[in-house]
Design a protein around this ligand. Structure first.
Ligand code: FES
Length: 103
């Protein structure tokens, strides 16, 4: 389990992560809000379906892709939380891509 090591007096925002309403601090990354709230699964691997999570936490590896407000492929380690944001684990697979294309 992750936890913040700093006292943080920034304003608090409320967002939803996989259906759970959680509090975070303004300016905090989506990934850190997910981690401190025990929601570390960012996406499912497109081919194997295995759970994936943030790896580099600095915008390089793209393991942290999530859906934010219905928009897929958002890097949780770079995006900042905002009031009312809705974050979900991304579950795009080869099959879902084909479904979306009407194939
Ligand atoms: S964790 Fe590597 S790009 Fe986000």
């Amino acid at each position: 389990m992750f936890r913040s090591l700093q006292y943080d007096d920034r304003d608090q925002v409320t967002l939803t992560i996989n259906g759970w309403e959680v509090a975070a601090r303004e300016g905090q990354t989506v990934w850190s809000a997910m981690a401190v709230n025990g929601q570390v699964e960012t996406r499912r691997a497109a081919l194997s379906g295995d759970a994936r999570s943030a790896y580099c936490a600095m915008g390089v590896c793209f393991e942290c892709m999530v859906e934010i407000d219905g928009l897929p492929n958002q890097q949780a380690c770079l995006r900042r939380v905002s009031e009312g944001m809705n974050v979900t684990t991304q579950r795009i697979t080869e099959e879902s891509e084909a479904d979306d294309a009407g194939l």
